[in-house]
Ligand binder design. Sequence first.
Ligand code: NAI
Ligand code: MG
Length: 357
Amino acid sequence: MPVRQHNIAVIAGDGIGIEVTASTLEVLRAVQKKVGGFELKFDELDYGSARYKAKGSYTPEGWLEHLRKFDAIFFGAVGDPDVPDHISLWDLILPMRQKFQQYVNVRPSAILPGIPARITNAQVGDLDWVIVRENTEGEYAGQGGRTHVGTPWETATEVSIFTRRGVERVMRFAFEIAQKRPRKLLTVVSKSNAQRYGLVLWDEVAELVSKDFPDVKWDKMLVDAMTVRMVSKPKSLDTIVTTNLHGDILSDLAAGVSGSIGIAHSSSLDPTRESPSLFEPVHGAAFDIMGKNLANPIAAIMSAAEMLRWLGENQAAEIVENACKTSIANGQTTGDLGGKLKTSEVTQVVLELIEGK
Ligand code: NAI
Ligand code: MG
């Protein structure tokens, strides 16, 4: 039988991104060997802050065209204590999301067996959400500028962009996700009381799209009230659709209330499959723990499981996901989840579970 080949661009990036990507590649190689029938061909790219400091740019010329040829991109994290964050983000991660039209960022969170309760009364089964974040426009559209720089009249604008097409496609994706989940429940988050143009359009488009999904029960929430509901009534939520900025914040909150940012995984998808999709942990470079073998590699490994699923390798995806969940259920975790293991030790546990040792 011919082997299915998947070409993966690997950008470990910076900080703990480098550590958790190394763990992820070990896990992917192990599951490929275990399951068989497919081959992952990794192209490890040096894009990141070290390159920026040495050569003056995060990426070589023509990098986006180069990346376009891959079946998927795996990404660790970007960020360096010596480089302003807006430079590192805009030189590496945000252009990929925009140029490849990865218009949805899917961020699941659940309280898994073995995870200590973070909020009162929330047990396993009480929190099982999928956050669908708009990923190419909104507040992170990159429109704006600064004039009269350095003077008392300095002016800066940061313009949010909401297009009907952009809102409709993410809304449709979210309704579809909600429809496929058992509870068929969607919460549309906005701030259309104060932001009376873009987010009113957001709400109107939700209303229109909902007509095509009569079996999905949906409601609307303002983002501020949403934070309270996420903490006090987690069970009342299932699928959530939000703008770029709100989704960024709410998904970190979701990670906090469900367990840890160290297990929060995500996929930045181009659902049309015209461009490669990108799979990445939610967390950043984590300066406080980088280089110490303390980072939880599960967020990155679970992101890679999503990548396997996207590539059609469902059996491998399931094996990786189950190994991660079992390690957590057994309490074999890093410090962020209350355990005592190092990054390399958690990786070893996951590898052994995959290999069936
Ligand atoms: P961060 O996610 O890097 O860290 C926040 C806190 O969570 C830290 O205390 C960190 O130790 C902890 N943490 C994060 N990942 C963890 C893991 N796997 N295991 C255990 N603990 C973990 O966010 P922060 O501190 O706001 O940003 C640091 C740098 O990363 C900045 O340069 C920022 O711009 C960048 N960043 C990059 C992202 C990306 O590449 N997608 C996303 C978020 C931040
Ligand atoms: Mg974030």
